[in-house]
Design a protein around this ligand. Structure first.
Ligand code: PHB
Length: 374
């Protein structure tokens, strides 16, 4: 074995330590990040294939299941799953049971896309909703393929309690589906992020203007979700420095400091931070030291974005993270934990089968031993 491999092995033991997260003792610090795979069936119901897909990856300390719309209005892409009716709950239940049968833990990511949608996938072909009627750059993925995003409709003040109720109801459904917890998706330019940022939120009511007002919806949603689950089974994902979803803020430092100060009241299990630009550069200009958020936050810090085992080990060792979430490597390595433990080579995911399609590129990536995982 080359010396280099040995040294990675010797160093990266912290990844494989068990760690307490809320009420759960996770068997390692490796988290499967939420990954959109676009294989849900009619009615936004997770497919039968998803049972095997998640079970194959149950050796992760924690799985965060893919972004899942909390309502028909929260949907932004074709073939993403939902958590807003009993049929979906029944399908998710089979998935959580399969993961639990392998002693894994699984959270669900609660998602409302806001303006990143299209009338053709909205109820009654209505306009997508947003804090303000500002058109995002980019394309929607619809039944007709990629089409330009449209100008959304600004939510009326009296609609805001209804948005919070969508999250509360979805949190209850997630509980009924047997998840171990939920992650509130406040990242990547979707609805909650749209409210946080001054580029997308130009409201003049109680939900816009000052930082306190822009953070209000996130606080109300967190209150509703933790009322269902308790704070210690709820995580929250942010992407303070990302431009994903055509988002930006003039003062992210002050904004996200305030976010964390507010979140601390809920004693959440973890803060999941996409470091840098989502799926891209970890170091971005004009940013700030994310460690300020880590120091301020009173729960576990879960780091994500472009990690490999060596960087993960380095950041854990330096005390800069408690958990590391891996996205793309989990697509093509169902046994990622074992491969990292043994410093084995990783296989690369095929971009053609990342989104949509059948079981190919989804449930047929082999384990190290060459077999397709059970
Ligand atoms: C996507 O479906 O492309 C997607 C979903 C959730 C994210 C990012 C991307 O946070």
């Amino acid at each position: 074995m080359p010396a280099e491999t040995n040294s990675i092995n010797a160093n990266n033991e912290r990844l494989f330590e068990s760690v307490q997260l809320g009420p759960y003792l996770l068997r390692n610090r490796i988290v499967m990040a939420p990954l959109t795979r676009s294989r849900a069936t009619e009615g936004d119901v997770p497919s039968e294939m998803a049972i095997l897909y998640y079970a194959q990856r149950a050796s992760a300390g924690l799985i965060i299941a893919e972004a899942t719309q909390i309502s028909p209005q929260g949907k932004g892409y074709v073939f993403t799953p939902g958590i807003y009716n009993q049929t979906q709950v029944d399908a998710w239940k089979k998935i959580t049971e399969a993961v639990h049968a392998k002693d894994g833990r699984i959270y669900l990511q609660l998602w409302h896309v806001g303006r990143i949608s299209h009338p053709s996938i909205q109820p009654n072909n209505e306009l997508p909703v947003a804090p303000s009627a500002i058109t995002p750059e980019g394309q929607a993925y619809t039944n007709d393929g990629f089409v330009p995003l449209v100008t959304p409709r600004a939510l009326r003040l009296e609609e805001m309690p209804g948005i919070v109720e969508q999250y509360r109801q979805a949190a209850k459904y997630a509980l009924a589906a047997g998840f171990d917890g939920v992650e509130i998706h406040a990242a990547n330019g979707y609805l909650l992020d749209q409210f946080l940022r001054d580029k997308t939120n130009q409201r003049t009511d109680a939900y816009g203007g000052s930082i306190e007002n822009r953070v209000r919806l996130l606080v109300e949603v967190t209150e509703a979700v933790t009322a269902v689950w308790g704070g210690n089974r709820v995580g929250l994902r942010i992407s303070p420095l990302s431009k994903f979803g055509d988002i930006w803020d003039s003062n992210p430092q002050a904004l996200f400091t305030h976010v964390v100060e507010k979140l601390n009241a809920f004693k959440l299990a973890y803060l999941h931070v996409i470091e840098g630009d989502t799926g891209g550069e970890r170091e971005v200009a004009g940013g700030f030291d994310l460690q300020i958020l880590r120091a301020l936050f009173n729960g576990a810090y879960m780091a994500n974005n472009g990690y490999d085992a060596a960087l993960a080990d380095h950041r854990l060792d330096a005390g800069k993270a408690d958990l590391i979430a891996f996205g793309r490597p989990f697509i093509s390595n169902p046994d990622l934990v074992e491969r990292m433990r043994t410093s084995a080579p990783l296989s690369e995911p095929d971009p053609k089968t990342m989104y949509g399609g059948d079981g190919h590129g989804y449930i047929d990536y082999p384990t190290l031993s060459g077999s397709v995982a059970a």
